[in-house]
Design a protein around this ligand. Sequence first.
Ligand code: PSU
Ligand code: MN
Length: 285
Amino acid sequence: MSCDVALETTVIAHGLPHPLNLRTAMQMEDEIRAEGAVPKTIGIVDGKVIVGLNKDQIEMFATLSGIIKAASSEIPIACALGKTAATTVSGTIRLASLSGIRVMATGGIGGVHRDIDWDVSQDIIELSRTPILVVSSGAKSILDIGRTLEFLETFGITVLGYRTEFFPAFHSRKSPFKVSFSVNTAQEAAEVLIEKIKNKIPGAVLLVNPVPDEEEIPFSEVDRYVGIASREAMKRGISGKALTPYLLKRLGELSDGRTLKANISLLKNNAKLAAKVAKVMTDDR
Ligand code: PSU
Ligand code: MN
C-alpha cells in the first residue's frame, strides 16, 4: 500500500487568498514529506484528472481566476468538457480512493449550512461511501455544527476526536458539542479505518484535530462574525457554491486576518497528522 496523503485544490483556488494560498499548499506538502509520506494534491486540468499536481500546476490553481469548484457530481462535467476544476473534499476523496489512497487532509469539511433550508454539502454523502480517513478541524464554523453532527451520524461516518473530547469548530478548539470517542495516537486512528474496511462497512473515518492553541479564536467571537457575514450573504443573494468562499473571505476581513492565520495553521497541522496516519497504514501492511 502506498504512503500517499491526498490534498484538495478547492482550498487553494477558493478558500484562501493569493499569495497565502500557494504558500500554504506548498507548506502542507512539506509537512507531509517531513513525516516520510507522499503528498498528492488532486485537481482537474483541462479535463484531465491529476493525482499529484506538480508545483507549476498548483501555482495555476492558486492564481488563475474562473476555476470551477468541483464536488463529485461535477467531476464528469469538468472531464467531458475539458475544464480546469478544483476539487472539494467530496471530489478529492472520490478521486483519491479510485487511486487507492486511504488518507486525506483538509481544513474543515462541508456540512449543513445555518439558517438555510437544505444547503447540505456533498462532502457528507461522499464521506458516507468512501473508505478513507479524513483529517479535519471539525466542520467550518460557518455551518450549523449540531445538525452537521446529526448528519454525520445518520450517514454512518465514523467520527473520532484526536486528543480531544469535543468536536472542534475549525477556528476554535471546541464547539459546544462532544465527540463520543477519541484516540491518542495516529496508530489507533489508522486501526479504526482498517477495521472499518475489514468489516466491509462503507464510508469514511473523520479524524477531528483541533487548531493549535496559539492560533485559536474563541468560539463566541467567530460565531459573532459568522452571524454578520451570513446576514450579509443572505441580503446579497449569495448562495450555493459561492456561499462558503464568500463567508470565509468575510470572516478574514471581520477578524483582521486572524481567521486566516488559524485556517493556515490548522491546515498544516492536519497535513502532518494525516501523514502520520498514512505512515502507520503502510508500515502495517
Ligand atoms: N476547508 C477549508 N477551506 C475550504 C474548504 C474546506 O479550510 O475552502 C472547502 C472544501 O473543499 C469543502 C468545501 O469540501 O469547502 C465545502 O463547500 P460546500 O459548502 O459548497 O460544499
Ligand atoms: Mn453547499
